[in-house]
Design a protein around this ligand. Structure first.
Ligand code: AMP
Ligand code: MG
Length: 345
């Protein structure tokens, strides 16, 4: 596939699709709604006659969730938890429990208590900086899955721990939007959460969507295109957030063992998984774990959770490795400088 063709594919397949219908050509346009929330520009595209009302409901769902999960919003449930050490909220408890479970399955590579370390780096603030080793080790005393507990609808933190759902919230929001759209009889939609994509059903003409996967070296270019339906495609990469100091780039995915940006040999991980929250947290976890750890986690998920995921791993030495389940679905870019390899496992 050429670069020009790839650009035409854009992040997701076109908002317009042409369907031949009884000899006439019927044009079905999707309706797109742009929502600024969770520090991200989200584009929701729904098809069918209920699209408009369903998008209203989806937007409302996103705003409600953001108001609950944003730890920088003093009125949020997460802020209440971080301030008081405990909070009762059924939905937050359910999401936190997923985060904790993925934390455990990943051996702590995913850790939703990294908040104090994130704050020290201040990746999204006005003055990002490199904290000293002493500062990081002092902060790490407050980080750890064992400091987070969920009991029924009650979440509790100990040892000065703070909850940060930044690695899972967007994916969960994608699940919530997909549910709302489906409840309002939308059968075909693209939920673009700032590059991470949730797909409801297939395209209105019944064919699969085409999702472009960004090149971590140049996010305006694509590594290739994935053909998919009814799933989530979520990427964690070095390019998303970060800053540069003295010629070194510091990105926003932290290895909870060191408190520093993870250096696992991977520069990007794309997870294809039917569940948005899991896809999101797993992309972060796999980024920290590296290639071998990611493949081991994939096996663990299949064995212990009956959850099948597919991965596209980009290494810092220019390889793109994708799991065998994507062999028929991932079309590498012809113009990339990467070496593409299917992982036979
Ligand atoms: P993502 O872009 O989904 O990979 O998530 C990155 C965000 O997750 C960061 O902005 C932090 O809020 C949070 N985060 C960073 N490192 C971790 C980690 N090791 N485990 C859990 N959350 C993390
Ligand atoms: Mg994530």
């Amino acid at each position: 596939m050429t670069k020009r063709m790839l650009t035409a594919v854009l992040t997701v397949a076109l908002a317009l699709s042409l369907t031949a219908c009884g000899g006439r050509t019927q044009q079905e346009a999707g309706e797109t709604r742009t929502v600024y929330t969770m520090d991200t520009v989200m584009n929701l595209t729904a098809y069918g006659e209920n699209a408009s009302a369903a998008l209203d409901a989806a937007e409302e769902t996103l705003r409600t969730l953001d108001a609950k999960l944003d730890r920088h919003d003093k009125a949020s449930a997460v802020s209440a938890l971080n301030r008081d050490g405990t909070v009762e909220d059924a939905e937050l408890a359910q999401l936190t429990d997923i985060a904790r479970t993925i934390g455990e399955l990943s051996g702590g590579a995913f850790d939703p208590t990294v908040a104090p370390v994130m704050d020290a780096w201040d990746f999204t603030g006005d003055a990002p900086r490199v904290p000293s080793d002493e500062e990081l080790s002092a902060l790490l005393a407050h980080v750890g899955l064992e400091k987070l507990s969920v009991d029924g609808n009650t979440i509790a933190l100990s040892d000065g721990a703070q909850l940060d759902l930044g690695g899972i919230a967007k994916g969960y929001a994608g699940d919530a939007v997909r549910t709302v759209l489906a409840e309002l009889n939308v059968t075909s939609a693209v939920i673009d959460l700032g590059g991470d994509v949730g797909l409801l059903g297939a395209k209105p003409d019944g064919s699969d969507w085409r999702v472009a996967v960004k090149d971590p070296a140049d996010p305006s270019e694509f590594l290739g295109v994935l053909t998919a339906a009814d799933t989530f495609v979520v990427t964690s990469g070095i390019y998303e957030r970060g800053f540069e100091e003295n010629g070194v780039r510091y990105h926003h995915i932290i290895d909870p063992k060191t408190g520093k940006p993870a250096e696992s040999g991977l520069v990007s991980v794309t997870v294809v998984c039917g569940d948005g929250a899991w896809a999101d947290a797993l992309s972060t976890a796999c980024f920290v774990l590296g290639e071998a750890g990611s493949l081991a986690l994939r096996d663990t998920l299949a064995a212990e959770k009956n959850l099948r995921i597919e991965l596209i791993l980009v290494t810092d030495d220019g390889h793109v490795r994708y799991t065998a389940g994507l062999a028929e679905r991932f079309e590498p870019s012809e113009e990339g400088t990467y070496v593409y390899e299917a992982i036979i496992a």
